[in-house]
Design a protein around this ligand. Structure first.
Ligand SMILES: *Cc1c(COP(=O)(O)O)cnc(C)c1O
Length: 469
C-alpha cells in the first residue's frame, strides 16, 4: 500500500481530468473551491496509505476513479444546502429535531403560491383599502375551534409570552404547582412568565391543587388564572387538579380571564379512535377557558405557529398590542395554516390529507404492508428481519401513548449497526434510524410511499460502498 502513496497523481494533473469539470458543474463550485477540496481528499488518502490502513482499497489501475469518487462525496457534503430532506425512520411522528409536522399537498401548494407571487396579505380586495393579516385567518380559526376570535403568532411559546405580557405585566398570574412544566428544555412556564414581566403566584402542591387554593390566592394584584396542559408527562396516584370548568365561575366572580396553554392543540378528536385522552381545542373552549393557546405544528399538522383563540374582548386587546407586530407570522405560514385548517371542514378529508393525523392513525397492519412492499426490491445482500415495536407521537404530546408498529431490521454484510446508522445519516437524503436488538431499525410509520425509492437508493449505495469503508 505504501508504494501507492508515491503514485498518487499531482493536483494539477487531476485538475485537467474531465471529472473535475463535471463535479464543479454539478455542485456549483468554483475551480478554487474544488481544488481546495481535492487537496484535502488527496492528503487524506495519502495519509491512510502511509499509515498502512488496509480499510482503503485502491486498485493501482483506478487511482483516479477512487479519488474522484471521494472528491464527489466530499463536495456533495460541503456544497449541500444545510437544511435538507431527511427520511425519518424513527417512527416518532412529531419529531421536534426533524421539524415536527409535514404539510399536506394542498398546504405545500399554497406556500409556493404565496412565496412566488404578490398576495392580498394586508389588502382588502373588495374595498381596495389596507387590510389586516390577522383577519385573513380568523374566520377559519373560529370555525374549527368554536371560539369568538383568534390571532396567530410565531409559535406557542410566543403565544404564551404574548398573553402573559399583554394581560398580566406587573401583575400576578395564579398557576398550580402541578402545572409548572418544562417542555423540551427550552420552554419553562416559570421562565416565560419571568420574561413577560408577569409575576408567578404558585398555588397548591406538586400532586394536589384545590379550588380553594386558587380562591385564597386571588388579590387586587391578580390579573389572570392560568392552566397549563402537562403535555409531556403524566402524574398518577394521589393527584388532583382543578379543571377549567370548575375554575371558570371563580374567574368570572373576580372578573379575571382564565387562560389555558393547551400545548398541542388537537382539532381532530383522537379519543374516538382510542388514542390518548387529549381534549380538543373546541372542548377546552366549551369548558370555559376565556383564552387558549396551542401550536400549529404539533397534532394540528400545520406550519410552525402559535394560535390564541377565545373571547373577542381579550383577543381585541392582543390585536392592538405592540407585540402583535413583533410576533406576527409571514405569508407562507398563513398560507400553510389556512390550507391545513380547510381540511378540517370535513373530518374524512382531515384524516386522508393531513400527514400527521394519517401517520398517528396508521394501523400496525398498514405499517407491515409498507415494509412488505419495500422489501420486494431490496438487494439480497441485506439480512433483514421484521419485528413488532412501538412508535411515539412525539413533540411532547401524548407521552403515554404507544402506537403499535413494525420495524424493518437491517444487517449490513460487513458494517456494524453503528457504522450503518452513521452511514445512513451522512448521505443524501439523510436517513435517521433507531437501534433495536443491536440492529438498525426503520419504522415505516414515518416513511412515506414517495420516499421509498430514495431509501432504496441509499441502501443500494451502502451495499456498493461496503468495500470502501
Ligand atoms: C409544545 C408546548 C409549548 C411550546 O410550543 P411551541 O409551538 O413549540 O413554541 C408550550 N406549552 C406547552 C404545554 C407545549 O406542549
Amino acid at each position: 500500500m505504501k508504494h501507492l502513496a508515491r503514485q498518487l497523481p499531482a493536483i494539477h494533473e487531476l485538475q485537467k481530468h474531465q471529472r473535475f469539470e463535471e463535479i464543479m458543474g454539478a455542485y456549483h463550485l468554483t475551480s478554487q473551491q474544488l481544488t481546495a477540496m481535492l487537496k484535502h481528499v488527496v492528503a487524506s488518502v495519502r495519509e491512510q496509505l502511509l499509515a498502512g490502513d488496509d480499510e482503503i482499497s485502491l486498485a493501482p489501475g483506478n487511482i483516479d476513479g477512487e479519488l474522484f469518487h471521494q472528491l464527489e462525496a466530499y463536495a456533495r457534503k460541503e456544497a449541500s444546502v444545510k437544511l435538507q430532506h431527511v427520511i425519518n425512520g424513527t417512527g416518532t411522528v412529531l419529531h421536534t429535531n426533524l421539524g415536527r409536522a409535514r404539510l399536506s399537498g394542498q398546504a405545500q401548494k399554497k406556500v409556493i403560491e404565496a412565496a412566488s407571487s404578490y398576495t392580498n396579505l394586508e389588502y382588502q380586495l373588495h374595498s381596495g383599502k389596507r387590510g389586516s393579516r390577522h383577519d385573513l385567518i380568523e374566520a377559519a380559526l373560529r370555525e374549527v375551534t368554536g371560539a369568538e376570535a383568534a390571532i396567530v403568532v410565531n409559535n406557542n411559546a410566543a403565544a404564551v409570552y404574548f398573553v402573559l405580557s399583554a394581560l398580566a405585566r406587573g401583575k400576578e398570574v395564579i398557576v398550580s404547582r402541578g402545572e409548572l412544566v418544562e417542555i423540551g428544555g427550552s420552554f419553562r412556564v416559570s421562565s416565560i412568565m419571568e420574561e413577560s414581566g408577569a409575576v408567578l403566584k404558585e398555588v397548591g402542591t406538586t400532586n394536589k391543587t384545590h379550588l380553594y387554593d386558587y380562591e385564597q390566592a386571588i388579590t387586587a394584584e391578580t390579573a389572570l388564572l392560568m392552566k397549563v396542559h402537562t403535555s409531556n408527562f403524566k402524574m398518577i396516584g394521589f393527584t388532583e387538579a382543578v379543571p377549567a370548568k370548575e375554575l371558570k365561575p371563580l374567574a368570572d366572580a373576580n372578573n379575571l380571564p382564565l387562560f389555558e396553554d393547551l400545548g398541542s392543540g388537537v382539532l381532530y378528536d383522537f379519543k374516538q379512535k382510542g388514542i390518548g385522552s387529549e381534549p380538543t381545542v373546541r372542548e377546552a373552549i366549551a369548558q370555559g377557558a376565556d383564552l387558549v393557546s396551542f401550536s400549529g405544528d404539533k397534532l394540528l399538522g400545520g406550519p410552525q405557529a402559535g394560535i390564541i383563540a377565545g373571547k373577542k374582548k381579550w383577543i381585541d386587546r392582543l390585536k392592538k398590542h405592540q407585540l402583535a407586530r413583533v410576533l406576527r407570522v409571514d405569508k407562507m405560514t398563513l398560507a400553510a395554516l389556512e390550507a391545513t385548517l380547510a381540511h378540517y371542514r370535513d373530518e374524512e378529508e382531515a384524516l386522508t390529507e393531513i400527514p400527521t393525523i394519517r401517520a398517528v392513525l396508521l394501523t400496525q397492519e398498514e405499517v407491515f404492508e409498507r415494509i412488505e412492499r419495500f422489501q420486494i426490491a431490496l438487494d439480497p445482500a441485506w439480512k433483514t428481519d421484521v419485528t413488532e415495536s412501538f412508535s411515539q407521537v412525539g413533540g411532547g404530546t401524548m407521552p403515554e401513548v404507544q402506537l403499535p408498529t413494525y420495524v424493518l431490521l437491517l444487517t449490513h454484510p460487513i458494517w456494524s449497526a453503528n457504522e450503518l446508522q452513521r452511514e445512513l445519516r451522512n448521505g443524501s437524503p439523510a436517513v435517521i434510524s433507531r437501534i433495536v436488538n443491536e440492529q438498525v431499525a426503520l419504522d415505516f410509520r414515518t416513511i412515506e410511499e414517495n420516499e421509498q425509492s430514495a431509501l432504496h437508493q441509499r441502501l443500494q449505495e451502502c451495499i456498493k460502498e461496503r468495500s470502501v469503508k
